[in-house]
Design a protein around this ligand. Structure first.
Ligand code: 5GP
Length: 197
C-alpha cells in the first residue's frame, strides 16, 4: 500500500498554476514535484532535469514503447509524459507528489490511480485571465487568442475534477491548496481502520 498521495494540478495558461505549485512545494516538505518528459524545445532559463527531461521525438516514442509513462499526451504540438517509475518510487517512500499536467493527462492519471486528487485552478473570470496573459508580456496577440480559446475548452472538464481553486489572490489560493493536501491525509482509509481493529 503506497504511503504518499498524488495531487494533479491543471489550469489554463495564465491561471497561476506554476506560482501555486512552486509555493506549495516550499510549504510542505514531504511533497515532491513530478518532472515530466517533453519534446518541446527548452525555453530560456529552463534546466534539463529540473523543469523537464527534454527528449527528442524519437527518444520519447521509445519511452512510450517501453511503458515508461503512466500517462502521456500531445499538447500544443509537443509530447509530454509522466514517468511511472518516479511516481511509484516517490509515493512508496512516503512522499506526496504534485503533477502539473493538462486535462487529458489528469484523466489518465485518475484511471491509473483512482485515489489521485484532481485539482483545477482557474482565474476568477475569462476577462481576468486575458488581462493576466496580456500583462505578463510573454505571448503574441495571436498566441493569447489561442490560449483563451483553449481555456474555454479546458474549463468544460472542471466537473471531472475533485476540487476547483479560484486563484484570485495567490495567498488565499495557496491556503486552499494546502487545505486540500492536508485533508487528504486525514481521510479515513483501510490502513487507518486497521490500526484501531
Ligand atoms: P509548458 O510547455 O508551457 O511547460 O506546458 C504546456 C502544457 O503541458 C501545460 O498545460 C502543462 O500542464 C502540460 N504538461 C506538462 N507536463 C505534462 C505531462 O507530463 N503530461 C501531460 N499530459 N501534460 C503535461
Amino acid at each position: 500500500m503506497p504511503k504518499g498521495h498524488i495531487f494533479v494540478l491543471s489550469a489554463p495558461s495564465g491561471a497561476g498554476k506554476t506560482t501555486l505549485y512552486k509555493g506549495i512545494i516550499k510549504e510542505i516538505p514531504k511533497l515532491k514535484y513530478s518532472i515530466s518528459h517533453t519534446t518541446r524545445p527548452k525555453r530560456a532559463g529552463e534546466t534539463n532535469g529540473r523543469d523537464y527531461f527534454f527528449a527528442s521525438v524519437e527518444k520519447f516514442k521509445k519511452l512510450i514503447k517501453k511503458k515508461e509513462f503512466i500517462e502521456w499526451a500531445k499538447v500544443h504540438d509537443n509530447y509530454y509524459g509522466t514517468s511511472h517509475s518516479f511516481i511509484q518510487k516517490t509515493i512508496n517512500s512516503g512522499f506526496d507528489v504534485v503533477l502539473d499536467i493538462d486535462v487529458q493527462g489528469a484523466l489518465q492519471m485518475k484511471k491509473a490511480y483512482p485515489g489521485a486528487v484532481l485539482i483545477f485552478i482557474m482565474a476568477p473570470s475569462f476577462k481576468e485571465l486575458k488581462k493576466r496573459l496580456v500583462l505578463r508580456k510573454k505571448d503574441s496577440r495571436e498566441v493569447i487568442k489561442r490560449r483563451l480559446c483553449n481555456a474555454k475548452k479546458e474549463v468544460r472538464y472542471i466537473k471531472k475534477y475533485d476540487y476547483l481553486i479560484i486563484n484570485d489572490k495567490v495567498s488565499q489560493a495557496l491556503r486552499d491548496l494546502y487545505s486540500i493536501i492536508t485533508s487528504r491525509h486525514l481521510k479515513v482509509s483501510g490502513s487507518v481502520i486497521k490500526r484501531f481493529d
